[in-house]
Design a protein around this ligand. Structure first.
Ligand SMILES: Nc1ncnc2c1ncn2[C@@H]1O[C@H](COP(=O)(O)OP(=O)(O)OP(=O)(O)O)[C@@H](O)[C@H]1O
Ligand SMILES: [Mg+2]
Length: 304
């Protein structure tokens, strides 16, 4: 019998910052323009300074360009052509599985600068690290909104896995939604998750179709683990008791997730690895409550 493997370390960590300089971005824009607007046709891309927006949380230093008609595009530079190819192929597969994705224009060689994946800029795209996870305390109205958002993220994570895709770098900064009104509000999460969430940054995605089911479940657990860890790192329920922390995380993230997948093995890994790891990260990031009770996880109580 196969032993239950540990949830593996993330398959790809954050890249070392090695971002294009402004001059290199201009050069990349020129090279992409040549492909997009062949000789004889008019047009060129200009780097926009709003490019800095995406770059804040972007290991790849995503930047934005405009063409002369005013259409806006996002440029994501990969060092290796294979990684760019993986992103392109996974994006196409995610769309086929019914997920909202970025609208891909194409992949372009940038010579020694690497390879660019160009997408149309989605004006109302926002990521979940914009939420004040650290501010809300249970019992407050603000917390109710945060908990509803988390349930929606749990639901979408489950839907992604149930349809046969894992993300591979599932952290709140990579959980993106398209806003209904231009501003993030609870109404956004009243819509079905597949209309709200945008599957993107899919370079590390895996598909059940190509993967041994047992391994695939391990990848599912890994997505949940990186997601949970990113929440803890953002200070989610930092000053709550360990019990409240565990219950809220389980009720609002894991239960909606599990309702979609029903995976017993991921349930097991949630209790034996993901929660204990969350407690460890919590302790390392200095929660006062947790320091006294390091390592304590009331496993088994969570879903019963
Ligand atoms: N087409 C687009 N429209 C609008 N914003 C975009 C678009 N593409 C990327 N962005 C912005 O750039 C950010 C970074 O993109 P993405 O997550 O794909 O890159 P990354 O550098 O791999 O990030 P990570 O650091 O997570 O690895 C996105 O979260 C989003 O804010
Ligand atoms: Mg990202």
């Amino acid at each position: 019998m196969r032993k239950s493997p540990k949830v593996e370390a993330p398959r790809r960590g954050p890249e070392k910052p090695d971002l294009l300089t402004p001059e290199e971005q201009q050069q990349a824009a020129r090279l992409i323009s040549r492909e997009l607007f062949p000789a004889g046709t008019k047009g060129s891309l200009e780097v926009t300074r709003t490019g800095a927006i995406g770059a804040r949380d972007s290991g790849h230093g995503v930047f934005f360009v405009n063409d002369q008609k005013g259409d806006a595009f996002a440029v994501k530079r990969f060092r290796g052509a294979e990684d760019a190819e993986a992103e392109l192929s996974a994006t196409a597969r995610a769309a086929k599985l019914g997920f909202k994705t970025l609208d891909v224009v194409g992949g372009y060689s940038l010579g020694e600068l690497g390879t660019a994946v160009v997408t149309r800029r989605m004006p109302n795209l926002t990521t979940m690290n914009q939420i004040g996870w650290q501010d809300a305390q249970p019992g407050t109205e603000q917390y109710e909104e945060i908990a509803a958002t988390l349930r929606s993220i749990g639901d979408f994570s489950g839907e992604m896995h149930a349809r046969g895709m894992t993300h591979g770098d599932w952290q709140i900064k990579n959980v993106a939604v398209t806003l209904a009104t231009g501003e993030l509000s609870l109404e956004d999460f009243d819509r079905p998750p597949s209309q709200v969430f945008v599957a993107h940054d899919l370079e590390g995605a895996t598909f059940a179709e190509d993967t041994d089911p047992f391994i695939f479940e391990g990848y599912c657990a890994e997505d949940l683990q990186t997601l949970t860890k990113s929440l803890v790192e953002r200070g989610f329920l930092r000053s709550a008791t360990p019990r409240v922390f565990q219950e809220e995380l389980t009720d609002n993230l894991f239960v909606p997730y599990w309702e979609q997948t029903g995976s017993d093995r991921v349930f097991d890994l949630w209790q034996t690895q993901i929660l204990p790891e969350a407690f460890k990260v919590r302790e390392q990031s200095g929660s006062s409550q947790v320091a006294a009770m390091a390592g304590m996880v009331a496993t088994g109580a969570a879903l019963q």
